[in-house]
Ligand binder design. Structure first.
Ligand SMILES: C[S@@+](CC[C@H](N)C(=O)[O-])C[C@H]1O[C@@H](n2cnc3c(N)ncnc32)[C@H](O)[C@@H]1O
Length: 186
């Protein structure tokens, strides 16, 4: 636990936080160190589930979503230009069953999810320092990545497709440098 203040949506949070923000960490599957002290882990839920797992001797395993801070990536409780690096791996499934294992693991897209992702991108870039890095992950199982890139005015620098069907995209963005306002130059 890295926060000294409240962890509840809408309440005050400690601003002396690590340099990296994972804006929707889930169970931190892709982290080499799920307790990496350089990162602050955010999700909108805190949940523990038992999921079926044929590769396990018990036939099941535990999925734990246990963020440092419970917050909504459409309204992040940090000031502008705060983090050096932001990781953004939002839900990508529109057809997952509400109570199925995929929804428990990845979340699901509901309602006006395009607007939610538009605001999520905007918030991730807002809390990122100028020239800071945003790592974005998307799986095209239900929605082509082109539709998602249309939700942000920022353009990725580099990327890679992976997975059996090459449907998973990793992309790297950089927040534009700070542009001084005319009045600041006078
Ligand atoms: C694809 S999963 C992230 C998986 C994660 N990267 C990992 O390595 O395990 C997406 C996560 O986004 C979370 N989420 C969905 N909507 C959110 C929101 N508005 N704010 C914060 N987290 C959200 C879900 O609860 C889910 O855990």
């Amino acid at each position: 636990m890295k926060m000294s203040d409240s962890e509840t949506i809408g309440q005050k949070v400690d601003m002396s936080s690590p340099a990296v923000l994972d804006a929707c960490c889930g169970s931190r599957m892709f982290w080499f160190d799920r307790s990496d002290s350089r990162a602050l882990f955010v999700d909108k839920r805190r949940e523990t589930h038992t999921l079926p797992d044929k590769s396990s001797a018990t036939g099941s395993r535990t999925l734990e979503v246990n963020p440092d801070v419970i917050a909504d990536f459409t309204n992040l409780p940090w000031t502008d230009n705060h983090f050096a690096l932001v990781v953004f791996d939002p839900p990508h499934l529109t057809h997952a069953g509400r109570n199925g294992w995929q929804a428990k693991k990845y979340g699901r897209l509901e309602g006006d999810w395009k607007e939610m992702l538009r605001q999520g991108f905007a918030e991730c870039f807002r809390v990122l320092k100028p020239e800071g890095t945003l790592i974005f992950k998307w799986n095209e199982h239900d929605v082509p990545v082109s539709q998602i890139l249309a939700l942000t005015p920022e353009r990725p620098l580099v990327g890679q497709r992976c997975g059996k069907a090459a449907k998973t995209h990793w992309m790297v963005f950089m927040k534009p440098p700070h542009q001084p306002k005319k009045e600041d130059l006078r």
